[in-house]
Structure formats: C-alpha cells, structure tokens
Write a protein that binds this ligand. Structure first.
Ligand code: ATP
Length: 446
C-alpha cells in the first residue's frame, strides 16, 4: 500500500465511520481545523483518560489543573512568545499566497529577481522574508485597541507555571512534584497539514515537574523513560517509535536539553511528544515580569531556590492520529478486502457490537435486552441491518474488538456467538456470561 494512499484511506474512513470531519464542511471547510465525530471523540477521550490516569491518578506526586485559555498578556511577554514565537514568511505579490521562507518548493532566494513563486510560477514576485507571530490575537472587552489585546494560548504550559505556587500551597505537595493539564492550544501555523497531525486548534497533554536544581538531569532521564513506556503501552508498533535529540541550534530558547518521541508516519518520522529540561527559565522569567517571588523554601535542605522544570508535552490529536495510522490494516478475506482498525480493546471507541442474526423469531428482543444490559457497562452498538458479514465488517472498520450475535442457539441453548475482530474466530458464550467475558478481555493486557 503506497503511503500517501494510506493517509487518503484513513481520512476517508474517519469521515465514513464518524471519527473526524472537516470543520464547517458545508461552507467549504476551514483550513486545518477538524471536528471529532461520535467515534473520534470517544477515541480521543480514551487517550486523554489514559494519560490522566498515568500522570495524575497513578501517582501521588502530580496534581491536576485546568487553567483558562485566556491569560494576562504579560504572560506571553515573559514566556518569550511575543518576541520569539515566529516563523519567517514570504508573500507572492502576484498571486497573494504566503509561504514559509524555507518552503522547499520555492526555487531561488526570496526577495531576489530569480526566485519563483511555487503556486503561480512568477519570477521576482516573492518578498523578502518577514517574521510572523504564530499566536492568535483577539480583543478583550468592547474596545478593539492595543491595550485590549489578548492571545489564545499557544501552549498550556504557561497556565501551570503561573499557578505553581497556588497548587503547591493548596495541595501541600513538596518538591519534587508535578502539575498536569489537558487543554486546547492554538497556533496560526503557516504550513499545517497531514490531517489532524498539525492543526491550528489542538489539544495538549502537558506535565511540568518541579525539581531541586542539580537533580534536573536525573529527573529528565526518568521522565524520558516513563513517557516512551506510556506510548508503547498504547499498543503502538515499537519499531515505529524512536528518539530524536535536539542538538545545539535546534534547542528552544528555554531548553537545557530536549528529546522528541517520534513516530514513523506515512509522511516520515515526526514528533508526537517533546520532553524538555527547561531549567529555571520559566519561573525566573515570571518572577521577573510579575515582580512576585516564586522561590521555594526547602525545609529538609533548609534552602531557598527557584525550582527547575522538566516538561513532558504531548498532543492529544497527534497521539490519536498515531493510533489510527498504527491500527489501520487491510486484509484479503474470501476475495474481499477487509479493513480493520486493530486498536487496543481498551482504547477502542466501541467495545462490542450486538446483532440479532435475523429480524425474526424473537432474536431482536433478546439482542435488545442484551444490548441495554451491556451498554450500562461499556460502549456498545446495536445493528440489525444487512447481512451479518457486513455488520461485522462495519465494526472492524470502527475498531470494535467484539461482535456478539444472538442466533438460533441463543433461543434454544442460552448461548451467543462472540466474534473476535482480529482473528475473526467465533466462540459460544453463555448469554448471562457475555458481560463478564468481555470485561475480562478488556482488562487483560489492554
Ligand atoms: P512541531 O515541531 O511539530 O511544530 P513543536 O516542537 O512546536 O511541534 P511543542 O511546542 O513541543 O511542539 O508541542 C508539544 C506537542 O504538542 C507536540 O509534540 C505535538 O504533539 C503537539 N502539537 C504542537 N503543535 C501542534 C499542532 N499545530 N497541531 C497538533 N498538535 C500539535
């Protein structure tokens, strides 16, 4: 399967089965903004829940937070985003398109007469590169003036830094400890694309871990290991996960050390999570710009210091895309192509499909009762239309691990057929044991 077609097929499956739709589609769509449909919202929620469980519920040294998207504009001066969160851009005077200055499609040096616009082909029409800030700006209150400018946050991290003392004091944590947050972030990306990989509105799952200076390198290594382990636990192909270390010039202004966890997408190795040793840059800057002391008094050491920060920053949308790409497969079964999303059962949006074999002989009644019983315990889908093979195939595409069919033997012997998505094998399970059977399978290794 050629890799570009894999992405095309995935985009089409996502629309067909209700994972992801283009935003404002009936108006022609909005560039690189996507909406999650009934199955997509469940899948992304399962990703976020799993992250929250691993970060907050499973540990007693991390607290949760949900900070507002809008923040005091000085936050973004202190963070360096107003001055530095920029990309160099060039405009074509002829066709009015805008490109990143390093767009590989541009022939020649922008601003020079020989440089050629990659869209309209005109020579000499490209401007010199100018810096363009990626933050979305808006106005707070009724007056649109510069004093009223606020930004949509381009990352969730700053909400954590400015609340670090509030959380520390109210939770009675001690350093080392962390704060975790899941929330929306916005970037006016110039070259977004690859479906939900790079979008202008997205969700981040970020955790900032506050440590004593001098212990940061050690914590950084620990967090690297834990985060890679988490991605492996999602069932991703381990051969498609790798580290990418940021060398010298690639390091962001705040970082002492940075590693990305990359996944091998059809469009190449790309970052899904960044782990950064941020030193005391962030708290130092907020202390300077706010004029408020952000030091920590370490009673055990009888020492006052500005904590260092180790950050783990993942995209919920990117991880969701990674799962979809990793899970997609096509198989030839009896001369037909079977499309399967081999998602880990615990991550699958629907856990079981419930089907009456035929719409007669009382089968729908038994199947409906079973469906209502099961859906109180996990996400289920009832389907009584079409041949049973087609119903199984629809559930395969949705990544549903189990199909439960009520048939003639159910009525006479009190058992149902449980069909497994991956092996397509079928077995008979007692009608009153199906719920326990599926729950056991969902818990085991998933
Ligand atoms: P990239 O180099 O891909 O733009 P970045 O290095 O700017 O990413 P960070 O600022 O470290 O990314 O953000 C942390 C995580 O947030 C990324 O690993 C990614 O999963 C997610 N993320 C960042 N930008 C976007 C975006 N435009 N769309 C979707 N997810 C994003």
């Amino acid at each position: 399967m050629a890799d570009t077609t894999l992405m095309d097929k995935l985009v089409s499956l996502c629309k067909r089965r209700g994972f992801v739709f283009q935003s404002s589609e009936i108006y022609g769509g909005l560039g690189s903004v996507w909406d999650y449909g009934p199955l997509g919202v469940e899948l992304k929620k399962n990703v976020k829940d799993r992250w929250w469980d691993a970060m907050v519920h499973a540990r007693d040294d991390i607290e949760g937070l949900d900070a507002a998207i809008l923040m005091h504009p000085k936050v973004w001066e202190a963070s360096g985003h107003v001055a530095g969160f920029t990309d160099p851009l060039v405009d074509c005077r002829q066709c009015k398109n805008r490109f990143r200055a390093d767009d590989p499609r541009i022939k020649g040096t922008p601003g020079q007469p020989e440089a050629q616009c990659p869209v309209c082909g005109t020579r000499g029409s490209l401007t010199e590169p100018r810096m363009f800030n990626l933050m979305f700006k808006t106005f707070m209150g009724p007056v649109e003036e510069s004093a009223a400018v606020v930004y949509l946050r381009p990352e969730t991290a700053q909400g954590i830094y400015v609340n670090y003392l509030n959380v520390l004091q109210s939770s009675r944590q001690r350093i080392p400890f962390g704060i975790a947050q899941i929330g929306k972030a916005f970037r006016n990306e110039i070259t977004p694309g690859n479906f939900i990989f790079r979008t202008r509105e997205f969700e981040q799952m970020e955790m900032q871990f506050f440590v004593q200076p001098g212990t940061d390198a050690e914590w950084f290594e620990r967090w690297r290991e834990w985060r890679m382990e988490w991605h492996r636990s999602l069932g991703l192909d381990p051969a498609k996960l790798q580290w990418h270390q940021h060398a010298g010039s690639e390091l962001a202004h705040y970082a002492k050390a940075a590693f990305d966890i990359q996944y091998q997408f059809p469009f190449g190795w790309q970052e899904i999570e960044g782990i950064h040793n941020r030193g005391d840059f962030d708290l130092g800057r907020h202390q300077e710009y706010s004029g408020k002391k952000l030091e920590y008094f370490d009673q055990a050491q009888n020492q006052r210091y500005l904590p260092n920060i180790v950050e783990t920053s993942a995209g919920a949308d990117r991880v969701t895309l990674t799962l979809l790409v990793d899970a997609y497969r096509e198989e030839q079964v009896e001369g037909e192509t079977r499309v399967v999303l081999g998602l880990l059962p615990s991550l699958a949006p629907i856990k079981a499909g419930v089907f009456p074999l035929v719409k007669k002989d009382g089968m729908p009644d038994v199947a409906t009762t079973l469906y209502h019983d099961l859906r109180r315990q996990f996400a289920c889908f009832y389907d009584d239309s079409g041949a049973i093979g087609r119903r199984y195939r629809r559930m395969d595409e949705a990544g549903t691990p189990f199909g439960v069919t009520v048939d003639g033997d159910t009525l006479s012997g009190g058992t149902v057929t449980v069909r497994h998505r991956d092996s397509m094998q079928q077995e008979r399970v007692g009608l009153d044991q199906v719920a326990g059977y599926i729950k056991e399978k969902l818990g085991a290794g998933s």
